[in-house]
Every structure is written in C-alpha cells, then in structure tokens.
Write a protein that binds this ligand. Structure first.
Ligand SMILES: [Zn+2]
Length: 236
C-alpha cells in the first residue's frame, strides 16, 4: 500500500503503537525485522506511518508484539481501503473508508447532493440536446471531451456520483427511458455483458480500434484493465 500523505494512513497512531510495543519487548528495529523476516527499513517506515503493513505482517506483528492489530476496511470485492475521506454531502460530512477516489460515503449521499446541486450547474454549463435526445455538456477540460469540447451529460453525472472516471465498457442506462433526464436517481451503471471468448477476427478489430486511440485514452484503458485484473478472483 502506498501512503502518499499523512491523511492516507488508514490507522493514525498505529505506527506509534508498533514502536512502543517493540520497545516494551526490548527489540531494536533490525531485530524485529529479523523476527518478521523482512528488512529493517520497512519497520522504520511502519513506525513513521509512511507505509502500512500488509495482512501477513499485520498478523505477525500482532503475535510477536502481543498487540491488537487493526483490520483494514474492505469493500465487497475484498479490496483494502486506501484511507479515509470526508463525505462531500455537507448534510452528512461523515468520515468513510475510501477505496478509489470516492467523494461521498454512499450512493444515497451522492444522489442527494447532486440532486440539490444539479439545477445550479446545468444553467451555468453550455449544453445541447442531440437528435437522439442525449444531452451534451461543454467541459473542454474533461479527458473524454472531443475536439468540440463536449461530453455526454449522463456519463458526466455518473462520474460525479462515483467519484471516478467511467471505464470504456461501462454504460449508463436511463431508468425511465428519457435520455435527457440525467437526474442521478434516473441513471444506472451497467457493464457491457461479456460475450463468448472473442475470436481472432474480433481481437484484430479491437486492436485496430485501440491503435487509433490517443495515448491518454490508451493509458486510461490500461489503468482500468489493471484495476479490473486485480479484482478478478479465479477459484482453483
Ligand atoms: Zn455521506
């Protein structure tokens, strides 16, 4: 786990707890590292809260130092929390475990916040409705905005709700069938269902499409695929 800043550290005070417990046992950092089978630099990083022990080391630390170790928050897919966030919905303002870059503690909080702020930011943005009924917003700085600077509003709203970019295989469904009704509560996130393993022809087609992408889009796809791979669990 990478700790970028102090506020990313999942359990403030745990570093101090390790140091105190280690000293109680009369162990130096190198000695503790040796018992755990790791390098002494790692113990130092833990104690300075610049790195958080992985699950295996957490358990060992608990046993060796005879302390209760904190169990990191996990989401439904078993991914470890990367730190704490404060819910952006001011009516909530609760602290919550973050896994990506979520801005809200829950879907409900995001919906409430965006419903209340929606009208306001719509008036400010330049927008138009295309012939199919989709709303386009002018946000030139958005990575998905084409040369015209417009992006599709429903995707933008869902990104705000989720606090992250949408992956290329994520689609937004309008629950009531009205494509210009982009209230968060009318939007649903769908993944394009996986079909049979693609044959060579389709793979070539996919490669040809990706080859035509910008480097930024290619990198986004790569990051997204890496995240996806990390979450795939294959039973033996
Ligand atoms: Zn909240």
């Amino acid at each position: 786990m990478t700790i970028r800043t102090k506020k990313d550290y999942p359990n403030p005070g745990f570093g101090k707890m390790i140091r105190e417990a280690r000293e109680r046992k009369g162990l130096t950092q190198p000695e503790l590292a040796q018992v755990l089978g790791t390098r002494k630099g790692l113990v130092s990083l833990w104690e300075r809260e610049q790195n958080f022990p992985n699950d295996a080391y957490l358990t060992k630390l608990g046993n060796v130092l005879e302390i209760d170790v904190p169990l990191p928050d996990r989401n439904a897919k078993g991914r470890r929390s990367s730190g704490k966030g404060i819910c952006k919905n001011e009516q909530c303002g609760k602290e919550f475990p973050r896994f990506h870059d979520e801005q809200f503690c829950s879907r409900e909080c995001a919906y409430q916040y965006l419903s209340e702020h929606h009208g306001k930011w719509n008036e400010k943005e330049r927008r138009y409705i295309d012939t199919q009924g989709y709303v386009h917003l002018r946000i030139p700085e958005h990575p998905d905005a084409g040369s015209t600077g417009y992006i599709r509003e429903h995707r933008y709203v869902m990104e705000q709700v989720l606090g992250r970019r949408l992956g290329p295989h994520e689609r937004i469904h309008h629950k009531n069938g009205n494509k210009s009704d982009n209230r968060p509560e009318n939007l649903e996130l769908w993944s394009v269902p996986k079909k049979d393993p693609p044959g060579q022809r389709q793979m070539d087609l996919v490669k040809a499409v990706i080859d035509g992408w910008s480097d930024v889009d290619k990198r986004d796809l790569q990051n997204w695929l890496q995240d996806l791979l990390a979450e795939i669990v294959i039973e033996p």
